[in-house]
Design a protein around this ligand. Sequence first.
Ligand code: MN
Length: 231
Amino acid sequence: MSYLFAPPAVVSVPVMGLTEGFPVHRIYCVGRNYEEHAKEMGFTGREPPFFFLKPADAVVVAVPGQITSVPYPTLTNNLHHEIELVVAIGTGGSNILAADAHKHIYGYAVGLDMTRRDLQNDMKKQGRPWCIGKAFDHSAPMGPITPAAQVPNINQAEIALKVNGKDRQRSNVSRLIWNVAETIEQLSAAWTLQPGDLIFTGTPEGVAAVVRDDLLAGSVQGLEPIEVRLA
Ligand code: MN
């Protein structure tokens, strides 16, 4: 098969300790999955998880030990950070039970669900899709993937984000409303998961605006931390 123009490059995330990259298929994201964040967004209680997507090429790989430049996006005056645990799916499937979810997980990474909050809020008010607020270019900076077997305590890991050296978000993965296994159960009932899918599992409280030149340092205990500067 020949093509009219060069097909898009495969988006790939490095894997710790391997030369092979993790080829990205889709990026699923979970909304409002920590109670205190749901409250700060004006919601309370445990509601069924809901999902949105980002394009695979929204990924910006943050190289360990380096500060990775990420462009400040267009059209916004209120760009928010959302630090998240990212799950990398290695084995696909549909209608996966929470008890079997671990068999489908390749590994984990630290990610930022960057959000044009002003545009997202405008769309919410009008009952329109959030795409412009969430699924823009460079909206998914993330670190390399650590294979699951190397982080057996990931479900009790501290998750944190500092901006210019000061704490903005600090919580624990154990506080997820829908834990990783339950999220995979719910997500795989709606879509057939494929190897290469990434799941941004939701952000804890403390989301706020960042501006050009801010340095964002994100971490999840046991995973490679990331450092991103907005350019
Ligand atoms: Mn998020």
